[in-house]
Design a binder for this molecule. Structure first.
Ligand SMILES: Cc1cc2nc3c(=O)[nH]c(=O)nc-3n(C[C@H](O)[C@H](O)[C@H](O)COP(=O)(O)O)c2cc1C
Length: 220
């Protein structure tokens, strides 16, 4: 599976098989997270075999089962773009995990915040977590807003690379599937902005990651 297929195949999965991550999976994810942490100055942490974080009323309400592994998205509270950075680098790991045959779900609300086992320094916070494991299913394709609500460029005027990016952005996970982003073209550069609101900056990072992976063009 290549990264474009991973973007297409990835859907939120909330029910997992009771199978622990293998040593190889832990090692590969660990290396990837380390690379992303080095590049981003975040302190993402893989936490395995911990049933407590998703053993809360909210998680059950959100239909999570057997979610025992997660990536805690941790970073310095003073970083002005902390949320967006978490979205961008977390999605890099999510897409790699998909290519490894694993399933994921971004979770900012329905987990036990006080139960997350991430190690935190005084100036850090947990932005959200990403559940990860062997899914009971592959999830379902989300309903997307029409392209004209998400992109200011008419489809007929889109360069091929840009169109690939827009399609991938439309497949990106966003909190409550709110898709509060807008993609524009400024000269030959894609510009993605958010309309604001809770969690939309995390969404923005995720959307940019998908766009870049599918288009091969960095966006701002
Ligand atoms: C930042 C963020 C936070 C999310 N928080 C939750 C959550 O608290 N609980 C949950 O069940 N799903 C959560 N989701 C998953 C979204 O509901 C899901 O991504 C969206 O409905 C689109 O579906 P898809 O991921 O299958 O494409 C979150 C997604 C994102 C990007």
């Amino acid at each position: 599976m290549d990264i474009k297929e991973a973007i297409k195949e990835r859907h939120s999965v909330r029910q997992y098989k009771d199978i622990p991550l293998s040593d190889t999976e832990r090692e590969r994810l660990g290396m990837l997270i380390e690379q992303c942490n080095d590049e981003s100055c975040l302190r993402m942490q893989l936490i395995c075999d911990d049933p407590e974080c998703f053993d809360t009323f909210l998680a059950h309400y959100g239909k999570f089962s057997n979610a025992k592994n997660y990536i805690a998205m941790v970073g310095n509270k003073a970083l002005p773009d902390l949320d967006e950075r978490c979205g961008y680098y977390g999605q890099k790991v999510v897409l790699e995990a998909q290519m490894m045959g694993l399933n994921t779900c971004w979770v900012a609300g329905t987990y036990g915040k006080g139960k997350c086992k991430a190690n935190l320094q005084a100036d850090e916070k947990i932005v959200c977590v990403i559940a990860i494991g062997h899914g009971e299913n592959s999830g379902n394709k989300h309903k997307s807003k029409p392209v004209e609500k998400l992109c200011s460029v008419p489809e007929a005027d889109m360069p091929a690379w840009f169109k690939n990016g827009v399609k991938a952005a439309m497949m990106a996970p966003t909190a409550l599937n709110q898709q509060k982003f807008m993609i524009a073209l400024d000269g030959d550069e894609a510009v993605i902005t958010t309309k604001g609101g809770p969690m939309t900056k995390i969404d923005l990072g995720i959307v940019k990651c998908n766009f870049e992976a599918a288009s091969g063009h960095v966006c701002s």
